[in-house]
Design a protein around this ligand. Structure first.
Ligand SMILES: *Cc1c(COP(=O)(O)O)cnc(C)c1O
Length: 441
């Protein structure tokens, strides 16, 4: 199967090429050329299966021309070594908890599978994953590639401008992970990374690979966990799934899951005040804007990059989109109040991102008394203690992975916001990319 650009003006390419690519030459994003449904019996068999079985089955269906089930299974087992539980909270509402990975946020799922796919499809040529971060993505990518053979991660973050936990998660790993504390802003970090990717001379010495959220290797694994809902989808009269959204990768994956056979009645695109997509669904006008800072900061995205994939899945047919997705947006005060209310009424502690999905699900279910609902919880509440603790009036215990990261010594390298410094650093351990031995089966 080929992989094609959402903009339709780039040549179709193989999965392996798409896996190592960022955006397509026409500026679009890669998508599978076809999405064939899973056989009905296969979906039925996934009811009650664990995430490794689900990931292996769904992954080897989507990637059936690229990797065998036997080769994929150990890779998924290694990547998804944490549970993805579906927790009932009320009679009608359950929470799919995606935050039990090492950085306690759902990006672990995509990043950990991507790391192992990249390793599978290379043949011993050292890869350098270069990433600029304002906090969360860098920690998920660093954790994901930690000790994956033949890979190193170089993560650039603005010195003194990430949270304590985030810095600990990037700078305390050691081994094949280097954290560069750039004396500048996040924009400086992004500029330096862009310069490196544009530096052809550097790239003949170092095989640079991006690990941003638009990469297919991160998107596809997110389809897996939707099939944890296979049992519920088969028994519920109608199933509504609410997704806390920023760049819309998570929701795109849900739409792919529906397309290949998961019976979801409708998705809810839940956002903070960065509401370009809910507004589009309401008015038909898409107006991306600069982002606004909120308490759910991983969703502070004014111009969601994966919206282009959503549009491609529906051929930009607004009526069809509205049939499958409804959007709701919330302000910080509503989010904080709801975290407190849900804790009082149900004893369940939501982080700010998940609370937005909860609010939106509640609003959607109010119009449909017979439907059941699931919300995707994307971060552990302890990651956002400064918001959650005042909202619920008690402290939130720091879970083991976060406490462990905080207690380990840190070893980040301080660097000026200057490209020559980065280039020198990257060249210090040169690897050739002139003959990239890519394994094809
Ligand atoms: C990244 C992130 C989101 C948004 O996911 P998208 O795929 O970008 O829509 C939501 N919640 C948390 C905690 C995140 O880290």
């Amino acid at each position: 199967m080929n992989w094609i650009s959402t903009r339709g003006n780039s040549p179709a390419i193989s999965f392996i090429d798409a896996l190592f690519a960022g955006t397509a030459p026409d500026g679009g994003l890669y998508m599978p050329e076809r999405l064939d449904p899973l056989p009905r019996e296969t979906v039925d068999r996934l009811r009650g299966a664990d995430i490794v079985e689900i990931g292996t089955t769904v992954g080897s269906h989507i990637l059936r021309d690229e990797i065998t089930r036997e080769a994929l299974q150990p890779l998924i087992r290694d990547a998804l070594d944490f549970p993805v539980p579906l927790v009932p909270v009320t009679e009608r509402v359950s929470v799919l908890e995606l935050f039990h990975g090492p950085t306690m946020a759902f990006k672990d799922v995509g990043a950990r599978v991507q790391a192992r796919l990249l390793h599978h499809f290379t043949d011993g040529t050292p890869l350098t994953i270069l990433v600029a971060t304002s906090g969360d993505t860098g920690s998920a990518v660093a954790q994901a590639f930690h000790r994956v053979p033949d890979s190193r991660v170089v993560v650039l973050y603005p010195e003194g401008q990430v949270s304590d936990v985030q810095e600990a998660q990037m700078a305390s790993l050691g081994d094949n992970i280097t954290a560069l504390a750039v004396r500048g802003t996040f924009d400086d970090c992004q500029r330096l990374v862009k310069q490196a990717f544009a530096d052809d001379s550097l790239r003949t010495h170092v095989w640079l690979t991006p690990a941003n959220s638009i990469n297919l290797g991160r998107l596809l694994p997110q389809v897996f966990y939707y099939f944890v809902l296979a049992g519920l989808a088969s028994t519920a009269k109608r199933l509504i799934v609410s997704v806390p959204s920023g760049n819309f990768g998570n929701l795109t994956a849900g739409l792919i899951a529906k397309r290949i056979g998961l019976s979801v009645t409708q998705f809810v695109a839940a956002t903070n005040v960065n509401d370009a997509v809910p507004e589009y669904l309401k008015t038909g006008r898409y107006e991306p804007r600069p982002s606004i800072a909120t308490v759910a900061n991983a969703m502070d995205v004014g111009a969601p990059s994966n919206f282009e994939r959503v549009q491609a899945l529906y051929n930009s047919d607004l009526a069809a989109l509205r049939h499958d997705i409804v959007g709701f947006a919330y302000e910080d005060a509503q989010v904080i109040e709801e975290i407190g209310r849900v804790y009082q009424q149900h004893g369940y502690v939501l982080d700010p991102h998940s609370a937005i999905a909860w609010l939106a699900l509640k609003d959607r279910l109010a119009a449909d008394p017979e439907a059941s609902g699931v919300l995707l919880a994307t971060a552990h509440p302890a990651k956002f203690r400064e918001v959650v603790e005042p909202a619920i009036g008690r402290s939130v215990e720091l879970p083991r992975p976060l406490a462990d990261a905080l207690s380990r010594p840190r070893q980040s390298v301080s660097m000026p916001a200057d490209y020559t410094a980065l280039e020198r650093f990257l060249r210090a351990t040169p690897t050739s990319s002139s003959e990239l031995p890519i394994r094809t089966a």
